[in-house]
Ligand binder design. Sequence first.
Ligand SMILES: [Zn+2]
Length: 505
Amino acid sequence: MRRLLAPLLLLALVDCTRQAPPARVAIVGIDGAAWANLDPLIERGALPNLARLRREGATAELVVDSAQSPESWTSLATGHHPPEHGIQQQPGVEGSTFAATAQQLKVKRLWDMAGERGRRVLVANYWVTGKVYPVNGVMIGRESDETFPPEIQRLNRPDWQPGQHGERIRQLALGAAKTGLMEAALDHDPDLDLVILPIYAYDQALHMLWDEWEAGELLEGDHPPPGLTALPADQQARIREGHGVVLETAKLADRLVGLAMRYAGEDGYVMLVSDHGHRAADPSMRRVAISRSLLDGRPGTAEQGRFTVDGVTVTLEPVEHRSRPPIPQLGYVLRYPRLTFEGEGAEAVRERFLALTDEAGAPLFRPEGAALAPADALLAHAHSALGRYDTDAFSIFVNSGAHGIEDHGVFGLLGPDVQAGPIQSEVDSVDVTPTALWLLDLPVGRDLAGAPVTAALSPAGQEARRVEQVDTYEDGTRPWVTPQMPGITPEERERLKALGYIQGE
Ligand SMILES: [Zn+2]
């Protein structure tokens, strides 16, 4: 009897906090996705779920307001541009967006808005969530391994594995982070109204392997250019491997779209978004990057800025170097890293870098005062086009893919009353949050920069689903604060205590 009653009670509790049954909305965000890059793979049948969305859904290029992931992802989640939402570059500090914290946030995000209106949400692995905080549903952290509620973490399902090139993908830290946990959380909780599922590996793979991807597409084609077929066998193998790695990350993204489709069901909506597109890097944007997954066991890539090895802060400063690569059309200026070390044990970590040599035993770095500069062996290796250099500690490669604000992302909508085909209006990143609110039968804030993409529905669908408005969702509260955040008010602390988030105080 108890066993039967408990779920019924739970259902009753959930129901009384909800308004009229809304359509379920499942959003998949593929970092760096552009139709121009995905369509050839869709046409070849490699991405079945994206193919269905492209065929049966309403799709458009997504105009973005930033090509910096943290800024752009926050625009997607707020309906505001960076100056209004607060996640933006600090003046004069290159790369500072990537160190942005939730403390800078000025407005609520989609899951905060939907949650406070009684919709149950899941947001997973989202930029600038920092430490997880209480939401009406589930939050899986990105910058931490925490979840809210904590029991979700104990579901502990491993990340999805690629079909091929698994070892190389692991080495380059291009795995589909937290996908196992996302799937487990959805299996665990069949009653979520809004789920938000981002994936970043495809963008990272394109940064590292654009040249290989592009050359691989040519090699796969019916008429590969003689310049490529004449390359030595090992270079061709390297191209095919890099191309395969990018393809596998695209397939993992496609699998996430499939998960969203299953969860949304036939009555719900699947929305596809990306934070920007991707293309070949201009000469000035080509940089040597270090994949440090093997160095300190944590995934990530650094091409500038800082990372930490054994508690020592390693700072990478770009050093320009003009290159004469063997393939003339790929001429570029490389920016090599100069490394400085700070903290207890700096000398030992510096020694580890100094000990790195190429196959012939030539050192990759040379001392320059207390810093390390790239040595001839590193210059020689990295400057071969389509090149990369693996050590036992990390991979060094030319970042041959890049994105700017002109590189549009993707937008797609699949679900009831969607009018298949290209959307006949411009779709902007700030329209994503208003569109989700609208589909969830929630009012849209008049203060948002964007508007619902009503043109994605048929005229009859638009008639049946009117846009309701409210002045704003902002009421001075900051649902995203955590006990550790500087500047947290006594009221915010009390609220967290009441939610059981702060214990034993
Ligand atoms: Zn991005």
